[in-house]
Design a binder for this molecule. Sequence first.
Ligand code: ADP
Length: 634
Amino acid sequence: MSTSNTDTDAAAAPETFEYRAEMKQLLHLIVHSLYTHEEIFLRELISNASDALNKVRFRLLTDRDIVDADAEQRIDIALNEKERTLTVTDTGIGMTREDLIERIGTVASSGTLAFVEELRKKKDGPLNAELIGQFGVGFYAAFMVADRIEIRTRNADSDSTPLLWTSDGTGSYTIEESDRTARGTEITLFLKEDKDDFAKKWRIQSIIRKYSNFVDFPIHVDGEKVNTVAALWHRPKSELTEEELAEFYKFISADSEEPLGHLHLAIEGVVAFRALLFVPKKAPQGMFREDFEHGLHLYSSKVFIQDDCRSLLPEYLRFVRGVVDTSDLPLNVSREATQHSPVMAKIRKTLVSKLLGTLAEWAADEDQERFQTFTREFGPLFKSGLSSEFEHRDELMELIRFESTHGEAGDMTSLAAYVDRMQEGQKAIYYILGDNRPALERHPSLEYFRANDIEVLLMTDPVDAFIVPSIPKYKAIELTSIEKSDLKLDDKKKKGGLSKKEAGKLIDRIKSVLGDRVEDVQPSERLVDSVATLVTGKAGMDAQMERMMRMMDENFTSSKKVLEVNMRHPLMKNLAALRAEPFREKDVELAIEQIFAGAELIEGTLESPETLVSRMTDLLVRATTPDEAADAGA
Ligand code: ADP
């Protein structure tokens, strides 16, 4: 950014500032992209005005020595069709010179870059204007409809200087002193020729009703009040209609859909508070990002205190939107103070147990659709709570869902339902971790369970690998990976394998070929059709967990695996027989290598498919070589 003047003569001439390169890029994109709802610029301006009013209301609680301390807190919109102007005025906190440069002239750059990227990606389709609000570049949405904007503003500090900011939204902006001395901000949009609609009263009124109806300050359009100011959560439950709730939800969440469900609380206990919470129908964008804004707004006796309130709900419930209002917090509480406040901790405790209670009701509902939607949209994040939530662990365990061999793809089961279906004498809840269901269904480790009709949970969610370690048991029943080497299985259908002695010799042969590439070689109880599989040693990690570790840490080294071989498989029987013929030594070795490579391939750890294929070719050549002796006899 370059300045053409110094601070001392700023009063005399307008000072010109260049936008930073990324800012120019952003402005260009905003102005030249196709928006689905360009009307949202007004919501952004009103929301900024409302924020500014909240700040002044808050400040007045402790400090009355400010500009226009007694001015009514309100938002005014003035329209001039002939001049094609729209002016939004608030009696809020106003802006200083630094604010104009740092907050209006620049945008929080991390967000901006992400925003520009997102815009680029969507360039082909119509743009979702919600993005603008999400990335904190709301003010600039006004350049969709205006080709020049003037901001007259005066900060609440009694010695502040009134300022005028102007820009045409291309390369630069100017700042100079202004003669408007009232506290707050007046933003004038000089509308583009084809945007004269936004100077019409009916149009502006309807936009406000749509987007800004619950703003906690009166909004006047050409002197006439438009919005219904109402702290909905203070009204009795029975009085609220579904429409009002949905409308309120859409307003606070900027979601265009109705919520999946809501929870209305009026608690009169150790801590008194009211809350109106919503679960969205769709997982909001960026839900897994670190900087995802939490959806709860905190009020104290109807006075807005803060949004993005992280201390009110645990991370795994961060998709919940809504308001919490308590009279037990001092109004001038700081963001830092709320984080450690015992009042907040108590509210949080109640909110979590009420929310989990509501989810349990949904889960018990005969009409399962709502809970299924919940599981589909929020299941992964919700499950992740198992690694941090100790107080409500039991409730959480009842609410998590997995796919299993019992149902079709997409069907989810609870642990309770699994236990209900357990076979007599079954000692554990069995699971297998993996990337996707089809791959797991073909997994050799599953053969025993399929043959014996024992259900296995198919854990295909990336987060599953992280949470299983924190659920060793469900109601005293162990959760056991079917990839573990020390599974105690009792095969009812065991039939004709190799003799113990024969098997022992063959295993020694396999060990001598594979050497220290495996931890051990063992006869398998779990294989029915497959010849071999790699399983986790006693101390090792599941294959899926190792895959995730490797993704996070390229230096991660996997632990050695145990190769389990199926002594009832014809191939094993053949190999045992061939062992007696020294001239077939090479075939035995090739076969063992191939068996091992096949097991690695299925496990997803095979490093050289080329070797596997060339060995297979070798084997095929041997298998298809015409048998001289047989030919001669024919
Ligand atoms: P966001 O509101 O998401 O932070 P904006 O681009 O809309 O992004 O606004 C940037 C900043 O400019 C605001 O955070 C606020 O500090 C300041 N601002 C905007 N409008 C006003 C206003 N009417 N009164 C006071 N400050 C404002």
